[in-house]
Design a protein around this ligand. Sequence first.
Ligand SMILES: [Zn+2]
Length: 458
Amino acid sequence: MNNNNNSYKSKINYVLFHLKQHMELSDSLMNHFLFFTNNETGIGIFFNTQFSEFDIDNVKWVDNIPVLFPQSDIDEIFSVKGKSVTFNHDLISSAFFLLSGKQETANFIPDSYGRFPYAESVQYKLNIPHIPVVNYYFEWIIQGIEKFGELNRIEVKRKISKAPFTFALSHDIDRIDRYDRFYVAYHFKELLGIEKTDKTKYNALKDLAICTFEWVKGKKRKNPWWNFKEITDIENKLGIKSAFYFLPNHNYKVDAFYSLEEPRVIMLMNSLINNGFEVGMHGAMASANDEQVLKGQIQRLNKLLHEPISGNRQHNLSFKYHDTLKYLQSAGVKYDTTLGFAEHEGFRNSYCHPFKPFDFDNNEMLDIWEIPLVVMDATLFKYQKYSFEQANKAIDNLIVEIEKFGGVFSLLWHNSYYDNEVMPGIIEFYENMLERVMNKGAIANTAKNIIRVIDNRL
Ligand SMILES: [Zn+2]
């Protein structure tokens, strides 16, 4: 164990850093923390840290929460002996495993967008995508520490109360023209089967016909995707300020159908900023694996804006763990908000608060925040194929969990999903959902401001 002491230390510190979001950890309190050996004679809090290899067959369920690294058959989370508290399971390793994204550093076959597939994840295998398991671990740890404080007359202070929760709404701007020549070509390819689609031939033909019909009208064509006034009006009405992520790569095959330098786009971005919304980068496909491309795109975007960007979300959630994060960090980006599963709503790192990812190459915490993406529109309707009723139920269940821990409900809604032609009734669904979230007492904030609040708390 000695050879690995530093490695263990940085993993423990990583977990403690995040625990500090939830409670005060003074030196005098931490002096009582024991990780590897139980001090039988003295008084302390023994964490039972082992850092063994993860084995899914060993997982132990306590109160419907999976403990990934159990150390005994005991159901109680901690035991009290004299004035000492002993955790009966290795909660530090369990929290580290999920929070750090360790599973994404293993060998896996990426999906067609280069992503870590949901089916490979421990969240899928244990059926826990909707449970912020790390928050439950932290709650258990805090309760154990509170018990110790009570026994030894040491004050233990929590930082986050249960309510209210935070609402981080965002929009990825992939498309701004519903009927342009790229779309005519795209639908034509769909019809011929050159472009992958799950549409019937009839629907592909119908889409091509509608698109061509509008396109030939030239300037008189309607454009349901230039809908920024509608989107911001409803947010202003409900007291929401959201973030808009723009794609800097004008390459319609994989990225945007528009160009960042178009005067209407420059005007739009700056008018959003001037009205209290946030503008960030929607990292193009090629930037996930290429630091120079990523940096070039940030520069290109910043040159056009009144204030430089703070955050990013990768287009198509295309991501290379942890390289993309390292590129973003070195470019000075403050946060990323890509990490959610495309195929399933919920918590990819089993945590409902922003966190700092871990760099396994250098065995240290990265200096960039990740605001985990909890729900994406396409997840609900393209991947899960939910009805509106099922989608509402899935969202409500997630919010129940987030409310328990005063966490962050982050929702991605593409402007191209604010369109009843794409799905009849979806605008009404979306607006009702926003209203419901706000009626639950959420505090809405831009991602940039959420990070500012957390930085102040730590
Ligand atoms: Zn996108």
